[in-house]
Ligand binder design. Structure first.
Ligand SMILES: NC(=O)c1ccc[n+]([C@@H]2O[C@H](COP(=O)([O-])OP(=O)(O)OC[C@H]3O[C@@H](n4cnc5c(N)ncnc54)[C@H](OP(=O)(O)O)[C@@H]3O)[C@@H](O)[C@H]2O)c1
Length: 260
């Protein structure tokens, strides 16, 4: 069964203007899905939409929205209310790396809103119709860091831990209703998000975003959690089987301190 039959006509992707989200857009278009591309940068979204519509003969609708604004759901639903959104890719996110004490409360709360509250609002909205249609899919982009307390990225890692645990629970609850839930846990990925830090001291290399998005698309419906990359999986294995949580945190603290 192809993606359109299995999930529905449209995939809505947040954070589609760059990085992993842009790759989700390209690869889901290749699978024949129509797209709703959400982010703030209009030109980037329009360029991507044009390219994908021409190349894959699909429809790619642009929604320019700041997901941290109070009315972002209205802006999205103005476009989506008449469409069959069968796949929600909740991918937009922000990260702060640095000393906790140097980050403002305002920025900390923005990160919590974008990484936790926005996916919650979108899930609540789109899951209702998926349940009525008895089919659908939800992908959350979390992070490898969600598996451990991560000094110098404490709040970020906490937001991603939330997505992992929530996704696991939701997957169980929604499977009998025909809805696949997947949590993607990328390790370091070569995107704008990682462009201002030096990760050369980390044990794992930065992955290409196309491989990261592909791992999720391939795993949807088959797994609940997916982590792309051998070294990232080794890291998870070690954190679970070989080291205490305290040791993990200490190790990541040493790595992260050198990145900013
Ligand atoms: N890169 C990594 O190493 C890595 C590792 C693990 C997990 N992740 C996760 O992967 C996801 C995608 O990040 P990425 O690495 O692909 O970084 P990225 O290239 O910086 O992409 C972030 C996306 O989120 C959008 N976005 C940010 N703030 C927004 C807002 N207020 N409203 C609407 N859209 C907003 C950005 O678009 P606009 O700026 O156009 O709004 C952009 O499209 C994030 O959830 C991130 O936490 C990344």
């Amino acid at each position: 069964m192809n993606f359109k039959e299995k999930y529905g006509q449209y995939a809505l992707i947040t954070g589609a203007s760059s990085g992993i989200g842009e790759e989700f857009a390209k690869q889901l278009a290749e699978k024949g899905l129509n797209l709703i591309l959400v982010a703030r940068r209009k030109e980037k979204l329009e360029k991507l939409s044009k390219k994908l519509e021409e190349r894959h003969k699909i429809k790619a609708i642009v929604v320019v929205a700041d997901l941290l604004s109070g009315n972002f759901l209205d802006e999205i639903t103005q476009v989506t209310d008449s469409l069959e959104v069968g796949l929600l890719v909740s991918n937009a996110g922000m990260m702060y790396i640095g000393n906790y004490l140097d980050n403002s409360l305002e920025n900390d709360l923005k990160m919590i809103d974008l990484n936790i509250k926005v996916p919650a609002i979108l899930t609540h909205h789109f899951v209702q119709k998926m349940v009525e249609r008895k089919k659908g899919g939800i992908i959350y982009t979390a992070s490898l860091l969600g598996y451990m307390g991560t000094p110098f990225a404490s709040t970020y890692a906490g937001t991603k831990a939330h997505e992992i645990v929530k996704g696991e629970g939701l997957a169980y609850e929604l499977k009998p209703k025909g809805i696949d839930v997947l949590v993607l846990n990328p390790g370091l990925t070569e995107t704008e998000m990682t462009s201002n830090n030096d990760f050369s001291g980390m044990p794992m290399k930065l992955m290409k975003p196309n491989l990261v998005a592909k791992s999720a698309i391939d795993a949807l419906g088959k797994k609940v959690l997916v982590t792309p990359g051998f070294m990232n999986n080794m890291m998870i294995w070690m954190t679970k089987r070989m080291m205490s949580r305290k040791m993990n945190t200490k190790m990541f603290g040493m790595f992260m301190k050198k990145t900013f």
